[in-house]
Write a protein that binds this ligand. Structure first.
Ligand code: GAP
Length: 503
């Protein structure tokens, strides 16, 4: 049997220190992964690119860092305690299955958002059995997704946050007062979230601990169609899957959806998205995601069906990426209206409105929510290159800014005259804030392979000619071309490659 793409990507990830199962020597813990030395660099680069694009280059966005554990009262008010559940079905041997996903995979019909009764009916009608042991599945129940604990001697009930967003709503007034910001105000947060997923799987695509990068854009409800990003983004083309297309497909018993290519301006003026802010948020994502090495053709925005959308939402659009395991949601975009601030005003009895020219305003919120690990997996799959004729090993074609290192330095022979020049040049580049690696072990071909396997864009080799004329070879990961350059030019050339798009 040929290996799936996911398995191939995971094999190299395990071998080269991208990621590995948590507590592996004790048999692991399902749904938890650690990032190794290479994976940590990739993850940090992804976060930095995101921060640069969505926070640092915007005048009105501020970033905070909240705690991951929050008191139960927060989740009572937000509705998570009562409603943040997934439908599960248990078999007589006690195996629990996430039943809506199981139905979608097994029967190829949409099931997300259906009620427990509707799902139970499908299970009965199709006589579905436990995917683990084959016993019949029994009643469908709601399975709470939050991890709970108790805090301190007083044993106050608390939960690990299932989204980073809640800290932002809780501290909204403090942030607004401290920054003296007016509306619109964006508050970003990058951090861990936790969900006790029933069936974690597909490597880091569905895990129980994961990173999120979220922004809550707080907007005056009278100015939802006055987004400062709109004029810059209005011509960006968005591949949209409308609700009508999904309805038609569902009537034919299919989950294959066609997309319509519309500009940011068109989705707004045609009323496909709820407001100009949402249109602009989608446009900004369409600009950002391809820069990570995910091709435009593998991206679509799916208008969530009514049954998938919370009652308070004014419209949700998921950015989905096509993977070997199907289209997967990578960013959830939601128009949350004033639901969260209202809920916390009620729960805490504190006023979270702000004063706009003498009038109390409760801002509305548009929220893009990115999953770090899921997005990183998409990058890994889309930049993975199998063995080819020109090179007998697999490699990653990361865009230079995503790559774990900018360059590797290789003395051709393990002799002091080669090593000294190579090491000094490596150190010089390090001082110039380039991320560099020094590798002197093994044959040169093997060392090139090792560098390609973790997607390093450039390899600098110090060889016999270097000793004569102070030039080195620069090997390009993408073209395999080798060009000669003066030794002292190398830091500048590497900086230039780092800033390039690479594709
Ligand atoms: N605050 C809104 C929110 O959390 P969501 O659609 O539930 O929305 C946002 O999650 C993103 O977080 C998803 O698009 C996905 O990338 C990521 N995510 C959610 N659950 C995940 C899981 N179990 N494992 C990995 N990533 C997950």
């Amino acid at each position: 049997m040929t290996k799936s793409l996911l398995d191939s990507v995971m094999t190299i990830c395990l071998r080269r220190g991208v990621l590995f199962p948590t507590a592996e020597i004790y048999g692991g813990l399902a749904g938890f992964y650690d990032f190794g030395p290479v994976g940590t660099r990739l993850r940090n680069n992804l976060i930095n690119l995101w921060r640069q694009h969505f926070v640092e280059s915007q005048d009105f966005v501020y970033e905070i860092s909240g705690t991951t554990l929050l008191p139960a009262s927060v989740f009572k008010a937000s509705g998570h305690l009562d409603h943040f559940t997934d439908p599960s079905a248990e078999c007589s041997r006690g195996h629990v299955t996430r039943v809506d996903q199981f139905i979608e995979e097994k029967l190829k019909i949409p099931a997300e958002g259906k009620s427990n009764e509707e799902l139970a009916e499908i299970v009965r009608e199709h006589k579905l059995r436990c995917p683990i042991c084959g016993e019949p599945l029994r009643e469908v129940r709601s399975f709470g997704l939050m991890f709970g604990t108790s805090v301190g001697g007083e044993r106050r009930q608390a939960f690990l946050r299932p989204e980073t967003a809640q800290n932002i709503f809780l501290a909204f007034r403090r942030i607004q007062t401290a920054t003296r910001a007016k509306l619109p105000l964006g508050v970003a947060q990058i951090g861990k979230s936790y969900r006790n997923e029933i069936s974690p799987r597909q490597s880091v695509v569905r895990v129980r601990e994961f990173g999120q990068m979220e922004i809550e854009y707080f907007i005056n409800p009278d100015q939802l169609n006055e987004c400062p990003l709109f004029s810059e983004l209005k011509n960006v083309k968005l591949p949209i899957v409308t609700q009508e297309v999904q309805q038609e497909a569902s009537e034919k018993g299919s989950t294959e959806y066609s997309t319509t290519l519309l500009t940011v301006e068109e989705v707004f003026t045609q009323g496909i998205v709820p407001n100009q802010w949402m249109a602009s948020v989608l446009g900004n994502e369409m600009v950002f995601i391809p820069q990570l090495g995910i091709p435009k053709e593998a991206i679509r925005f799916r208008h969530m069906r009514p049954e998938e959308t919370p009652h308070y939402s004014g419209g949700n659009f998921d950015l989905e990426v096509q993977l070997s395991i199907g289209w997967k949601e990578v960013i959830g975009n939601a128009y949350r209206r004033d639901h969260d601030l209202q809920a916390h005003m009620k729960g805490s009895q504190k006023d979270l409105s702000i004063d706009v020219e003498g009038t109390k305003v409760i801002p509305h919120v548009v929220e893009p929510s990115f999953g770090i690990e899921r997005l990183l997996y998409c990058v890994l799959e889309h930049t993975y290159r199998p063995k080819g004729e020109k090179r007998g090993w697999t490699w990653f074609q990361f865009p230079p800014q995503m790559a774990p290192f900018d360059a590797v330095f290789l003395p051709l022979l393990k002799r002091p005259e080669f090593e000294e020049i190579a090491y000094n040049l490596y150190k010089k580049c390090q001082l110039q804030r380039l991320a560099v690696l020094y590798d002197e072990k093994g044959r040169i071909g093997r060392r090139y392979a090792r560098a390609d396997e973790i997607g390093i864009p450039s390899a600098v080799t110090i060889d016999h000619q270097t000793l004569e004329d102070k030039t080195v070879t620069l090997r390009s990961r993408d073209t395999l071309e080798q060009t000669r350059h003066r030794l002292r030019e190398i830091p500048r050339i590497l900086q230039k490659i780092k800033q390039s798009k690479g594709f």
